[in-house]
Design a protein around this ligand. Structure first.
Ligand SMILES: [Zn+2]
Length: 186
């Protein structure tokens, strides 16, 4: 075996190389050896990444497309509660045959290595400001406790009854202004 390439995301393509039109599908599950992402949420070491990959032989090289599914973990940016959510991303890239031009992605020894491609797509999909739920109210600045619906309602000032009376007068004024136009139109 003269294969020099190895790694969990390496897929052999020797049977379709230089055979435009040929296509193969691969399913693989990779347990990460390192953490992906540096933010509040990331894909932790040891998390499974499930890949559904299509490799197609084209004139310029091997066109790789597929989907990756995994799980992000971290904490809510507002209340610091733990978060665990599924992440699904799609990816597509042409792995060119080695030539005179340098390419970011190349077919090497009849293999394609999807690690950079899948990692970049996944990290890009991670939220910058993750929240445990869209309406998370965060922590109370005084107590440091997690705020709930009820604690928020207490802070809303009641409507002054004098303003509602004033509102009634303005409504009547507007109705009077509009009445000539109304008769004209009918
Ligand atoms: Zn939260």
């Amino acid at each position: 075996m003269k294969t020099r390439l190895n790694g969990p995301f390496v897929i052999p393509v020797h049977d379709i190389v230089r055979h435009p039109g040929e296509m193969r599908e691969h399913e693989l599950t990779v347990s990460l050896k390192e953490r992906w992402g540096e933010g509040l949420v990331s894909i932790e070491e040891g998390t499974d990444v499930v890949l559904d990959v299509r490799v197609e032989s084209v004139h310029e090289g091997i066109l790789v497309s597929g989907e990756a599914a995994t799980t992000l973990r971290g904490e809510c940016g507002r209340c610091l509660d733990p978060i665990e959510e599924p992440v699904e991303v799609e990816f597509q890239e042409l792995f060119a045959y080695p030539g005179e031009e340098a390419n970011d992605f190349e077919v090497q020894d009849d293999h394609v290595d999807l690690e950079t491609l899948v990692r970049d797509a996944t990290v890009l999909a991670l939220p910058f400001q993750p929240v445990c739920q869209p309406d998370c109210l965060g922590l109370d600045p005084e107590t440091g406790e997690r705020m709930t619906e009820s604690t928020e309602k207490e802070q809303v000032a009641p409507i002054d009854p004098r303003w509602s009376a004033l509102q009634k007068i303005t409504d009547q004024g507007n109705a009077a202004d509009r009445s000539p136009e109304n008769t004209e139109g009918s």
